[in-house]
Design a protein around this ligand. Sequence first.
Ligand code: HEM
Ligand code: SF4
Length: 434
Amino acid sequence: KNDPIEPIYGQHYMPRKFKIGVTVPGDNSIDIYTNDLGLVVITDANGQLQGFNILAGGGLGRTHNKEETFPRMADPIGYVDKEDVYDLVKAIVATQRDYGDRGDRRHARMKYILEEWGVEKFRSTVESYFGQKIAPYQPLPDWEYQDFLGWNEQGDGKLFFGLSVENGRVKNEGSFQLKTALKVIIERFQLPMRLTANHNIILYEIEPQDQQAIEAILKEHGIITNPAEIDPLTRYAMACPAWPTCGLAITESERILPSVIERIRTLLNRLGLSKEEFVIRMTGCPNGCARPYMAELGFVGSAPNSYQLWLGGTADQTRLARPYLDKMAIDDLEKVLEPIFVYFQQDQQNNETFGEFCHRVNFPALQAFSATYTPKMTETTTTESKPKRVRKNQNRVSVPDDMFVRLKEASETEKRPMNQIINEALEAYFSQKS
Ligand code: HEM
Ligand code: SF4
């Protein structure tokens, strides 16, 4: 404690972050592959801790137009007994300390060592610090993304409740009173809480006899307690803070993601794809804080009101997405996504997910299909006896992102549609002119 010199780094701290993730086999709720170092708990036949599978070299942050920076998934390195785990982690950190790039922060993460050396050289170098051979990686079951929402047994007779927090915002807004509900529950039941890697909250140590009272408090405060009732697009989505919190943001993210999801939902419904669900993630810059590079549909802020589009990740976050478009104006969202969704609808195989489809058919095919695609016409009901065919969005106008945020807030506070507010404002404008 009193030693001013850090025992592993000495006087030279790492020039970049170092992320460690720990999980159990099968549970990829923490995006294990995105960490510099990943530990997967291995237990013996009696369920007692035996050791860890070790992964290394994951990391997401990149920089636009700098090809030498890229997101990367961690590689399996091997297995270590619990007695030796500290020494192995120390050996990995020491390897980066001695061989990592300290001259260039953009190139400093451990992922670049793994990329340049490959696993074999990395493992043998780590072994030279560790002082012994690293045992082979143990077989694991397939990974699954789990969010633990709703009511669950925690294993000792008590319960835990996973609460979905849209966009990670604990707030009170109109009849939705999440902040108050949490305060009431915690004050009354004195429960501990955990935050999940997908910005949800887990309340735990709940006595079964308190379940109904807690459920009632949540419902009274306008909170959906049955996760099946949450739109999966929202349930699995994530955005980084971006504006106004983060000084590195190039675009909006957290504040506009709900409106982007709403537009995607509308488009899917219009195309007859209302049952589809996939992982959407958005960030305001390429640093990748909401891990967009693992999403099935990722948006990465690239210029004012424009996003890079990443496609081809999976629902369980086991494959990197790839950049499909460099700059998509957010106003063109429907124009860009409609052909891809229609192609998906026509060509989906064996119930594959949207991300799997994009990966399988590959980007040239998506691009070719989009290039020759004619937007679908939609039916709208009119007072005329014959339904009139009109093009959806024909009369769309766009507003700047910040205006949209204000408009949405006004609509929620006043509990009336955005169109109505816009109409009123325009009426006022034109009556002033005439
Ligand atoms: C609000 C201001 C924030 C700033 C300025 C910021 C900054 C950064 C930077 C510079 C990177 C790139 C790191 C690298 O390439 O080595 C990064 C990556 C990341 N950040 Fe943030 N961040 C912010 C908020 C957050 C929040 C709130 C979270 C989540 C709770 C978060 C999670 C992450 C993750 C998961 C990554 C990707 C990790 C990786 O590169 O492997 N960030 N952030
Ligand atoms: S990804 Fe979002 S929060 Fe992270 S640095 Fe970029 S704008 Fe900021």
